[in-house]
Design a binder for this molecule. Structure first.
Ligand code: SF4
Length: 470
């Protein structure tokens, strides 16, 4: 698992067929890390991917970027530890990822039954750590490297997918080159490190060869891809290479930065047929003062009319954003500016978070704290506005034709297939498409042309078109 080609020597003597359950929390970038761990465990002779009830050990890969994520992680760790009692088979619980990377000691304090922790730069130690955690009960193992993470992992062999459908994530880099005042991620994940283009093209081609129909290109900020390499590598160049891989599949990018939506990148999206014109670009806020306070000054010139620019330059552009409300100093006027901005932009999808003061970030003890209740109410108002915008957008789409990637067959005869059209990212982040009228030969991974018939909340209802009909 180096930055080049992954070579993990088979060490089947380590695993001895012990069964390992995997619990993935947080974002798809974390899911990719857990796949790396899973692949190393399998290579070492563990039986990976069983249910928690039948596992000899449980690996919980955690997220820790805000308080809510940490709470969710502790609940999942407690649940895993409870499997060590009551006649359960589980002998060890191993906690990996962002939580131990950030708060190693706190993990053992909050959950004393945890047997081992593994940091984000130490994924390759998983087989040895899991083995020892199983064999040496009562001891605690610590595999969290000090300092900022620097490594860059490549998907291992044998390949292991935790995605529950015909899609996969391609992590093109690690860390972040920005330093937003509220964000703990550069501290947890380190500075930007981009993976080389040839390695990514090889990995993507292998995914297509395995039947993957949607490759989701991810990083903390995909639009900064290559900037650390110093050799002119850009996301546009990478997209062109990925687009040239033979096969029937689509490419989607997740998480960009408003200041990095270069003309070259937008032209590449518009000109690559396999690249879905889907832009997930968190703006965080629209008030100039708040963007300054957030240390996102470089976005001030790009946030206004961002969605309009994307739609005018790239036909069919779908725009998702994320906003952060309740940042210290956010006044009613600032929030009203954000509401107006969201209304004008008519984002296709929007997520909103309440500010969480994070240790080690500049915003942690900034003056001007906004009361939690006020921030929650602002978030609710924003999401209500967005729900109306989505309803209007989906109403207007009735009758239009979309290509749906089929994922889950109907639960009962005559029921609807579940899939996603181009405007919907995986893992239910943007809702689903329910498709009726498919032939019995339909299978997961098929692309089908469908007509939108309506919607239920964020989900789209559609009917399959007969061959040739459009
Ligand atoms: S760009 Fe995103 S990941 Fe990077 S510091 Fe800012 S909020 Fe955090």
């Amino acid at each position: 698992m180096s930055s080049k080609k992954t070579v993990v020597e088979p060490r089947s003597d380590i695993g001895r067929g012990d069964k390992i359950a995997l619990v993935s929390l947080g974002c798809p970038k974390n899911l990719v890390d857990l796949q790396v761990v899973a692949s190393a465990l399998r290579c070492a002779g563990f039986d990976v991917g069983v249910g928690e009830g039948e596992a000899d050990a449980i690996v919980v890969n955690t997220c820790a970027f805000i308080e809510d994520a940490r709470r969710e992680a502790v609940a999942a760790i407690d649940e895993a530890c409870s499997r060590k009692h009551g006649g359960g088979k589980c002998r060890a619980v191993i906690v990996a990822g962002c939580l131990p990377q950030r708060y190693k000691e706190a993990v053992f304090e909050a959950c004393p039954e945890v047997d081992a922790v593994i940091g984000v730069d130490d994924l390759e130690t998983a087989p040895e750590i899991v083995r020892r955690a199983i064999d040496e009960p009562g001891r605690s193992f610590d595999a969290v490297s000090r300092g900022r993470p620097k490594k860059l992992f490549t998907a291992g062999e044998p390949w292991f997918s935790l995605a529950p459908g015909p899609y996969a994530y391609l992590k093109i880099g690690e860390g972040c080159r920005h330093a937003c005042a509220f964000c703990a991620i550069p501290g947890i994940r380190g500075r930007l490190r981009s993976r080389p283009v040839p390695v990514l093209v090889e990995e993507a081609a292998a995914l297509v060869g395995r039947g993957i129909r949607e490759i989701n290109v991810i990083a903390q900020d995909v639009t900064s891809y290559g900037m650390d390499l110093g050799d002119g590598t850009t996301l546009a160049a990478l997209l062109k290479r990925l687009d040239a891989i033979p096969g029937e599949f689509r490419i989607r990018m997740l998480y960009g930065h408003p200041a990095r939506l270069t003309d070259g990148f937008l032209d590449a999206v518009a000109s690559c047929p396999k690249v879905v014109p889907y832009f997930d670009v968190p703006v965080q806020h629209a008030s100039r003062d708040i963007l300054c306070a957030m240390d996102r000054r470089d976005t001030i010139a790009h946030v206004p009319r961002m969605a309009q620019r994307l739609r005018s330059r790239v036909p069919g552009a779908v725009v998702r954003t994320t906003c952060l409300v309740g940042f210290p100093g956010e006044t009613r006027k600032d929030f009203d500016a954000l509401m107006r901005y969201v209304e004008e932009s008519s984002f296709d999808h929007l997520g909103a978070f309440v500010f969480s003061p994070e240790e080690g970030t500049k915003a942690f003890d900034m003056p001007g704290a906004v009361a939690r209740r006020t921030a929650e109410r602002r978030r609710e108002r924003l999401m209500l506005l967005q729900a109306r915008i989505v309803a209007e957008t989906l109403d207007a789409l009735a009758g239009s034709v979309v290509t749906v990637l089929l994922e889950t067959p109907p639960a009962r005869r005559g029921g609807a297939w579940i899939g996603r059209c181009e405007r919907q990212a995986p893992d239910d982040i943007d809702g689903l498409t329910r498709v009726k009228g498919l032939p019995p030969t339909a299978k997961p991974g098929d692309f089908v042309r469908c007509k939108i018939t309506g919607h239920a909340g964020y989900d789209i209802n559609a009917v399959a078109l007969a061959g040739g009909e459009d």
